[in-house]
Design a binder for this molecule. Structure first.
Ligand code: AMP
Ligand code: ZN
Length: 448
């Protein structure tokens, strides 16, 4: 079995070989917990959940460690807590509980470790002190800054031209920076902001910058170098570029992670999602209308590196496809992808091809294999059934309308018009009505 993954750092699809097959290690940048997560945030969660399941399938469940952090110190968090008049801890706790419930509803397994930034301040300070001691960072006006010129191959991940990076960094220009590109590792806290005793001999209490968090938490839970680092494409610069700079310079290692994987961005009905355009969709809102499993399949219909267009049509198609799978799949099977599905996933997680393979299993001999594949992906029959039932009740189809359709179907069957009889059965199935034919006639029930 050969898994190939695209690595953003080397810009190539390569065979994945873990540093230690007995301990395969993956880190994914997690949410900043100040508000409900949006459907774009769900993309990395679902994509890396599929990769996690695949790695567990290949190397064994106990051989894989998946770390996804929680950013619980951030200016947006401070502002939101102040606005709501609640403590930062209360805000981050409740937001994180919502996030966990949302992604569980999307069928995602919890990662092995979900470290919080605020519980790793000690590790961050250790890294910062090391960087200062080795000349990769400096103290200026109670800030600690990473010195970008101290790292000759800074910029390898994003491959942005130097002038563009400088222009980008200028957004955050400050007089105490030696170079425009230098970025903050630690900053002083103002009155009322979360604060910890500062590193590097700084007297005023302060708080960490965002990038240093992930260097500290990946180090603590996965080591100086690990296998896979993931996140959305927007994180390539500056977040991941800066993580690489911090970790490599602190540990004197040639790489931080062997594979850098980035999911493409999600748009809603062809437009960039934004609050001002009124097309901002939270995971919660999607779950109000659809079972999480349908949203999951809709997300996987596009290969993870491509941009994805999130549409109502895509959700409707996913619902149809998933219902079609469960209508023919065996009731139970061991979670295991069918060979064709596995092949597709081994090729840089080609989920659209995997889904096409699942359609090809919709015949009698494929029942078990399809069930195993659905279970492998984390699709749950009961979640879909419950939703279908609620839908049928919600639309309150009149009884005589159902009886009329059944009579029409029986007439079609008597006339051996199988196409018409199937069409009527499908029409009823789409309403959540399931038929059972027996020698005594046809009965119906709300699908469960
Ligand atoms: P944030 O909380 O903004 O740091 O985002 C958490 C994760 O969601 C990161 O991996 C982002 O790259 C990812 N993300 C944010 N917006 C989108 C989007 N529209 N499409 C895909 N991924 C996104
Ligand atoms: Zn990160």
């Amino acid at each position: 079995m050969e898994l190939k993954l695209y690595d953003t750092l080397t810009r190539e699809k390569r065979v994945f070989r873990p540093l230690d097959p007995a301990n395969v290690r993956m880190y994914v940048c997690g949410p900043t917990v100040y508000d409900f997560a949006h459907i774009g945030n769900a993309r990395p969660v679902i994509v890396f959940d599929v990769l996690y399941r695949l790695l567990r399938h290949i190397y064994g469940a106990k051989q894989v460690t998946y770390v996804r952090n929680i950013t619980d110190v951030d200016d947006k968090i401070n502002a939101r807590a102040a606005e709501q008049g609640i403590s930062i801890r209360d805000l981050t706790e409740s937001t994180y509980a919502n996030f966990k419930a949302d992604v569980a509803a999307l069928g995602c397994l919890p990662p092995d470790v979900e470290p919080r930034a605020t519980e790793h301040i000690g590790e961050m300070k250790t890294l910062i002190e090391r960087l200062v001691a080795s000349g990769h960072a400096y103290v200026a006006e109670e800030h600690v800054l990473f010195s970008v010129p101290s790292m000759p191959d800074y910029g390898k991940l994003s491959k942005r031209p130097l002038d563009e990076m400088i222009a980008g960094a200028r957004v955050d220009v400050a007089p105490y920076k030696r170079h425009d590109q230098d970025f903050v590792l630690w900053k002083p806290s103002k009155e009322g902001e979360p604060a910890w005793p500062s590193p590097a001999g700084i007297a005023t209490p302060g708080r960490p910058g965002w990038h240093i968090e992930c260097s500290a938490m990946s180090w603590k839970h996965l080591g100086e170098t690990f296998d896979i680092h993931g996140g959305g494409i927007d994180l390539v610069f500056p977040h991941h570029e800066n993580e690489i700079a911090q970790s490599r310079c602190a540990f004197h290692t040639p790489v931080m992670a062997n594979f850098w994987m980035h999911n493409g961005f999600l748009q809603v009905e062809g437009e960039k999602m934004s609050k001002s355009l009124g097309n901002f969709v939270t995971i919660r809102q999607v779950l109000d209308d659809w079972p999480g499993d349908v949203a999951r399949l809709a997300m996987l219909a596009t290969q993870y590196r491509q941009p994805i267009n999130w549409t109502l049509k895509g959700l409707q198609e996913a619902e149809k496809a998933l219902s079609g799978f469960f209508d023919v799949a065996a009731n139970e099977a061991e979670a295991r992808p069918a060979p064709g599905v596995l092949d597709a996933l081994l090729d840089d997680l080609n989920t659209p091809r995997a889904i096409a393979e699942m359609h090809a299993l919709k015949h009698a001999a494929g029942r078990k294999s399809l069930a195993g594949t659905l279970a492998f992906f984390g699709f749950r029959r009961d979640v879909l059934d419950e939703w279908r039932q609620a839908q049928a009740q919600a639309i309150a189809i009149p009884r005589d309308e159902i009886e009329r359709l059944i009579s029409a179907r029986n007439a079609a069957r008597a006339a051996k018009n199988w196409a018409e009889s199937d069409r009527i059965r499908d029409e009823l199935a789409a309403m959540g009505i399931q038929l059972t034919d027996s020698k005594d006639g046809t009965t119906w029930e709300v699908a469960r």
